[in-house]
Design a protein around this ligand. Structure first.
Ligand code: CMC
Length: 379
C-alpha cells in the first residue's frame, strides 16, 4: 500500500521563492526586467555585453578605465589550451551544446583556481569561462567541417570576435551589434531552470565549472534554450506567410506548442522580445529576406487569443530568425544563449555561495510499501 503521508505538492516549483537576489528583477505581469536595478531596455539600447557582464559581476556599471581593463581581461582569456582543441576534435560529431558542456567541464583541468569557491575566484573564473565559451563554440563549428579553428581576435569585442572566429572574417559592425544585444538580453534571468540547476550544484559547494556545466546541460532542452532553433524550424516548415494560419491551427489542434510563445513568469510579452523583433525585421530587409519576419508576424496573429490568456512572445521568438539571417547554423543557436548566460550563472552561484543552504527538496513517495525481497532463484 502507498504511503498515506499528506503533503502540499508544488509541482514544477511554480511561484515558489527559494531565496533572495540582488541580480535581476522580473515583473511578469507587466513584462519588466531589470539587471542590478537597471531596465533591460536601457541596457539593450545603450550598453554593450562587456559593460553588462561587468554590471552583473561587480554590481555596478564600470567607469571608462574599469571597462578598458575588463575588456583586456576578457581578451587575454579567450585562447583555449591545445588539449581542449583535441577534446573538441574527439567529440566533434556531438551536438554543439554537448561539445560546449564537455569543453567547459574539461577546462576545469586547466584553470588555476578550479576548486576555489571564494567570491573573488568564482568571479575570475566566470570571466574566464565567458571569454573561453565562444572560442569553444566557434572552434567546434569549424573543426566539424574539417577546417582549422581561428585564433581569437585581440581587439574585437565578444560578439564581433565570435562571428570572426566562426566565419573567418571581421563581421559587419551592424551584425556584430545584433549578437552583442542578443548576449545582453540573455545574460541573466533570475532562477530560470538552468540557473536553478547551477545553484543546486553550487549548494553542495561544488565549484563554478561544475555549476556552469550543469547550466549548459539544463539549457539544452527545447522548453528552455532550445526554443530559438525550434522557432526557426517552424518558420522554415511554414515556408510562406499564407500558410502560417493553417500550420499553427493544426499544431495547436494536435496539442502542440508554438515555440517562442509562453513563459513560466511572464504573462505579458517578454520585454527582451521587443528589441529582437525590430532587429529581426530590419535584418530581414537588409539581407533581402523579409519573408521570415512576415511568417513570424502571421504566426503572432494566429496566437492572438493565446496572447490574451497570457501566452505571449518570449525572447526566443525572434532570436532564431536573426541567427539564421546571419548565416549561423541552426544547431548553434542554443550555444549563443549559453555564451550570453555564463555571467548570469556566475552571479547566481556567487549569491548561492555567499548565503549557502543545501538545495534539497522532497518527493512524495507513491509506490508500493514493504514489498518482501524475493531471492533471485525464486523469482
Ligand atoms: N503554445 C501553446 N500553448 C502553450 C504554450 C505554447 N507555446 N505555452 C504554454 N501553453 C499552454 C499549455 O498548453 C497550457 O495549457 P492548458 O492549461 O490548457 O494545459 C498552459 O499554456 C500552461 O502551460 P504550462 O506548460 O503549464 O506553462 P509553463 O509555465 O510550465 O510553461 C514554457 C512555460 C516556456 C515551458 C511553455 O510556455 C512552452 O513550452 N513554451 C514553448 C517553448 C519556449 O518558447 N520556451 C522558451 C522560454 S523563454 C527562454 C527561456 O528563458 O528559457
Amino acid at each position: 500500500m502507498a504511503s498515506e503521508e499528506k503533503v502540499e505538492l508544488k509541482r514544477g516549483l511554480r511561484d515558489v521563492y527559494i531565496d533572495r537576489t540582488k541580480s535581476s528583477f522580473i515583473d511578469g505581469k507587466v513584462g519588466k526586467l531589470l539587471y542590478r536595478g537597471i531596465n533591460i531596455d536601457d541596457l539593450a539600447q545603450k550598453s554593450t555585453f562587456e559593460e553588462t557582464i561587468y554590471l552583473l559581476l561587480y554590481t555596478e556599471l564600470p567607469t571608462e578605465s574599469q571597462l578598458k581593463a575588463f575588456q583586456a581581461e576578457l581578451i587575454a582569456n579567450r585562447a583555449l589550451p591545445e588539449d581542449i582543441l583535441s577534446i573538441i576534435e574527439i567529440v566533434k560529431d556531438s551536438h554543439p551544446m554537448d561539445v560546449l558542456r564537455t569543453g567547459v567541464s574539461a577546462l576545469s583541468a586547466f584553470d588555476p583556481e578550479t576548486e576555489d569557491i571564494s567570491t573573488e575566484a568564482t568571479i575570475r573564473k566566470g570571466v574566464r569561462l565567458t571569454a573561453q565559451a565562444p572560442t569553444i563554440v566557434a572552434a567546434h563549428a569549424r573543426i566539424r567541417k574539417g577546417k582549422d579553428p581561428i585564433a581569437p581576435s585581440t581587439s574585437l569585442n565578444q560578439a564581433a570576435n565570435f562571428l570572426y572566429m566562426l566565419f573567418g572574417e571581421e563581421p559587419d559592425p551592424r551584425d556584430a551589434r545584433l549578437i552583442d544585444k542578443d548576449f545582453i538580453l540573455h545574460a541573466e534571468h533570475g532562477i530560470n531552470a538552468s540557473s536553478f540547476g547551477a545553484r543546486v550544484t553550487a549548494s553542495t559547494q561544488a565549484d563554478l565549472h561544475c555549476a556552469v556545466t550543469t547550466g549548459i546541460g539544463v539549457l539544452k532542452g527545447p522548453a528552455h534554450g532550445g526554443a530559438a532553433e525550434e522557432v526557426m524550424k517552424m518558420a522554415l516548415d511554414i515556408g510562406d506567410e499564407d500558410k502560417a494560419e493553417d500550420y499553427v491551427r493544426n499544431l495547436l489542434k494536435d496539442g502542440g506548442r508554438v515555440m517562442g510563445f509562453g513563459h513560466r513568469v511572464y504573462r505579458a510579452t517578454d520585454p527582451r522580445a521587443f528589441h529582437l523583433k525590430d532587429d529581426a525585421k530590419e535584418l530581414g530587409e537588409r539581407k533581402g529576406q523579409p519573408k521570415w519576419f512576415s511568417i513570424l508576424e502571421s504566426v503572432t496573429k494566429v496566437m492572438e487569443p493565446y496572447t490574451r490568456r497570457g501566452i505571449c512572445q518570449n525572447v526566443d521568438f525572434f532570436s532564431g530568425a536573426i541567427y539564421y539571417l546571419l548565416g549561423i547554423p541552426d544547431d548553434l543557436f542554443i550555444s549563443i544563449f549559453a555564451m550570453g548566460r555564463i555571467p548570469g550563472w556566475t552571479v547566481q552561484v556567487v549569491e548561492q555561495f555567499e548565503n549557502n543552504i543545501l538545495l534539497r527538496p522532497r518527493l512524495q513517495y507513491v509506490g508500493e510499501m514493504d514489498v518482501p525481497y524475493v531471492p533471485i532463484e525464486d523469482r
